[in-house]
Design a protein. Structure first.
Ligand code: TYC
Length: 102
């Protein structure tokens, strides 16, 4: 794992290697029922995509089965997945969002 800093204890001279956090891709999965405009809205609201970027990613998911919304640390990825799944469920869309180690 790549080291981002070495921490040295002033009294014992004990060195600790601090490593970068693992990163995770958040993926949207295609289905036959979720409206395209809803997926575009999700990408704008939770992943800060421009309208053009959001449409591009949505079409990639629609045509290829999945697409990357962003790359985050584990906790942020899980939070965003929860937000997406909650809004999809509230609107009774079967949209699926998942994560994959980057
Ligand atoms: N396939 C959906 C439709 O034709 C659109 C869609 C795109 C659904 C992306 C989910 O993650 C998704 N309405």
């Amino acid at each position: 794992v790549p080291v981002c800093a070495v921490q040295e204890d002033a009294l014992t001279n004990q060195k600790t290697e601090l490593t970068y956090p693992s990163m995770y891709k958040v993926l949207l999965l295609n289905d036959d029922y979720t409206p395209m405009d809803f997926v575009i809205f999700i990408l704008e609201r939770y992943f800060a995509k421009s309208p053009d970027e959001a449409r591009h990613i949505m079409l990639e998911v629609h045509n290829r089965g999945s697409g990357v919304c962003g790359i985050f640390t584990y906790e942020i990825a899980e939070t965003k997945i929860g937000q997406v799944m909650d809004l999809a469920q509230q609107n009774q869309h079967p949209l699926q969002c998942t994560l994959e180690k980057a």
